[in-house]
Design a protein around this ligand. Structure first.
Ligand code: HEC
Length: 103
């Protein structure tokens, strides 16, 4: 095998992971984090469980990266004190549940 081929084989898994802006995260942590810090305002604005914030017409986001950045911005704004991996976990979970962005 040529050295270059070997190198690209070694890099492949890294590239596959790098496609997700939040990296490898534990989505199981997300619901509790989200319940605690994120529902109050969204519910006040949209009623129900507040999830209409994520499905409303004219929502502001269109990529995974924007979603992650928005989660990080809300975290900073409300001083939830989340670590980057918490932001990543919630962004990934919101994407699975509501946004379904492919990129
Ligand atoms: C202080 C009230 C408040 C809290 C608490 C809050 N948000 Fe928000 N959030 C807003 C408002 C207001 C908007 C809409 C901003 C707009 O329409 O310009 C928003 C919008 C969003 C959006 C974008 C919705 C769209 O258009 O697709 C996301 C994602 C989001 N918030 C995530 C979170 C997360 C994650 C948390 C918990 C860390 C959180 N929010 C906590 C007020 C809040």
């Amino acid at each position: 095998m040529r050295p270059l081929t070997l190198l690209s084989l070694l890099l492949l898994p890294t590239l596959a992971l790098a496609e997700e802006p939040w990296g490898k995260v534990d989505r199981n942590a997300a619901p509790a984090l989200h319940d605690k810090a994120c529902i109050s305002c969204h519910t006040r604005m949209y009623g129900g469980d507040g999830s209409k914030m994520y499905t409303r017409d004219g929502r502001m986001l269109s990529t995974k990266l924007e979603l992650l950045q928005r989660v990080a911005a809300c975290n900073a704004q409300v001083s939830a004190g989340w670590f980057p991996e918490d932001e990543g976990s919630v962004a990934a979970w919101l994407n699975d549940k509501y946004y379904h962005f492919k990129e």
